[in-house]
Design a protein. Structure first.
Length: 224
């Protein structure tokens, strides 16, 4: 785990709690130092304070989600900001969860474990199967109830991202960053085109897995 906070006592408190729970912790006091440690050590999760000297935590989160090496690294934002708009901004930056200070070490560990469970499939090489839809990361093939499904490379990457990040709503901007990459500049409505193509490729029985979230974007869910 990497703890990024400019206040040393807070970093120490978090590190003690996480190490007691069995996690190995690294610490950084600013975004620039943190980015170098992330590249060098590839932490399983980043605890990222909102307010940092120089580059803010929000800016660092957005940068990490644009870079291929770190795009799928889970991030929990730590902040004293509790207003709803701030929470939304934090989540839209790519954060997987948001904890408002002050928080108890017990709550932090519980939230951390929940995020790690949700992101456990990220980067795996084993086939992923959901309700008869099977995606094989090694062969880059998708089958539905055992029959091959035809889809383009963008639809494949979109489906892979959804299947490894289930039950969470993503904005079009987040999908662009995570599927297309931060260095590719396309219109957000491009996402809608590829969502339609993906649903068509999945067929009538499975297109409902890709749900439209009004006012937000899309999510992959087995729940109605």
């Amino acid at each position: 785990m990497l703890i990024v906070d400019d206040e040393a006592p807070i970093r120490e408190m978090i590190a003690v709690a996480l190490e007691m729970a069995g996690y190995h912790c690294l610490e950084a006091g600013d975004a620039r130092t943190a980015h170098g440690m992330i590249v060098d050590h590839k932490p399983d999760l980043i605890l990222l304070d909102w307010m940092l000297p120089g580059m803010t935590g929000i800016e660092l989160a957005r940068r990490l989600k644009r870079e291929d090496l770190t795009a799928l690294t889970p991030i929990i934002m730590l902040t004293a900001k509790s207003e709803e708009d701030n929470k939304i901004q934090g989540l839209e930056s790519g954060a997987d969860d948001y904890i408002t200070k002050p928080f108890s070490p017990r709550e932090l560990v519980a939230r951390l474990k929940a995020v790690l469970r949700r992101t456990a499939n990220t980067g795996q090489n084993e086939p992923i199967e959901v309700l008869g839809v099977t995606l094989d990361p090694i062969s880059h093939r998708v089958s539905i109830n055992g029959d091959p499904a035809e889809m383009g490379p963008t639809e494949y990457r979109l489906l892979q991202f959804f299947m490894t990040h289930q039950e969470r709503a993503y904005t079009r901007s987040q999908l662009l960053d995570n599927v297309w990459g931060g260095n590719v500049y396309v219109e957000e409505r491009t996402v809608d085109v590829h969502i339609r193509r993906l649903r068509k490729a999945l067929g009538n029985d499975h297109e409902k897995l890709i749900q439209t979230v009004r006012g937000t974007g899309y999510r992959f869910s087995i729940k109605v």
